[in-house]
Structures are given as C-alpha cells and as structure tokens.
Design a protein around this ligand. Structure first.
Ligand code: ATP
Ligand code: MG
Length: 141
C-alpha cells in the first residue's frame, strides 16, 4: 500500500460535487487516511504550486485555488499515485477518458475539479503541506 494526496478544488466544493467525488474515490478502492476543508491563502497557494511559477496559467491557478474552499485528502491504495492519476483523467476534461473524475465533473482545463500528486516524492511533500503527522490515520506516510 502507498499514499497520495488529492485536493477537491473550489469549483467542485462550490457546485455541490465534493460528495460525489469522494464517493467516486472510495468506489475506486482508495481509503481516506486524512481529510479537512481549507480556504488557502494566496501565500499558501503560491507555495503549493511553486513549480508552476512563471507559467502563463500560474496567476489564474492561484486565483482559482484561493477562490473557495478546498478539500485535501490523503488517500491510500496499491500504487496510489499512478492509480489516482488514472482515476482523475487528463488535465483538460475534453481530453479525459470517459468515467474519469475530470470527465464527469470538471468545467475546464483550469477549473478541473481535482488535483493529484504526480510522484511519490511530491505525494510526501504535498501530504505534509496539509497534514501534520498526527492528523493522519493508519499506516503509511
Ligand atoms: P494537478 O497538478 O492539479 O493535479 P495536472 O497535474 O493534471 O493537475 P499540471 O500541469 O500540474 O496539471 O497543472 C496544474 C494545474 O494548473 C491544472 O490542474 C490546472 O488547474 C492548471 N492548468 C494547467 N495548465 C493550464 C492551462 N493551460 N490553462 C489553465 N489552467 C491550467
Ligand atoms: Mg500536476
């Protein structure tokens, strides 16, 4: 078993899809090890997406991620990082496969319902960003 970090993004918390997305993740076999709701500050959003600083969409991304509540989730499964990337689908919902979370719930490439870590290293870093050790339940990170 391994863990990864997902974030249900402000478009989904704002349009009432957060519960459906959480149910979808559980139906796909992920176990929730930590969960909270946060309204990111600009400084937090900039830090979280530091790797994208300077990209043309960076400002839009920071604006969006601070526009409403986010729900970070520490999720456990076999091959959690790659499995979650499959389940969420492509960044742009028009390119996402049928049945993926982004195909079902994303509005656009920017407002795309959910984030998922893209490596074990980033999963560890991103999980620590939102959850101190004591907030995580069970095995793994
Ligand atoms: P995430 O990191 O949120 O899981 P991702 O790994 O599929 O998404 P990245 O390339 O890491 O995609 O981009 C991070 C986020 O920045 C995307 O999820 C999306 O919200 C936003 N983004 C990326 N490219 C664009 C773009 N061309 N236009 C608008 N927003 C974009
Ligand atoms: Mg990414």
């Amino acid at each position: 078993m391994s863990q990864t970090l997902a974030i249900i993004k402000p478009d989904a918390t704002g349009n009432g899809k957060a519960g459906k997305i959480l149910a979808h993740l559980e139906d796909e076999g992920f176990t929730v090890r930590a969960i909270r709701m946060v309204r990111l500050t600009r400084a937090q959003a900039e830090a979280f997406y530091e790797v994208h600083r300077g990209r043309p969409f960076y400002e839009e991304l920071v604006e969006f991620m601070t526009s409403g509540p986010c729900i970070p989730l520490a999720l456990e499964a076999d091959d959690a990082v790659s499995r979650l990337r499959e389940v969420i689908g492509a960044t742009d919902p028009t390119e996402a496969e049928e049945g993926t979370i982004r195909k079902l719930y994303a509005e656009s490439k920017g407002r795309n319902a959910i984030h998922a870590s893209d490596s074990d290293e980033n999963a560890a870093r991103e999980t620590s960003f939102f959850f101190p050790e004591a907030e995580r339940i069970g095995s793994g990170r």
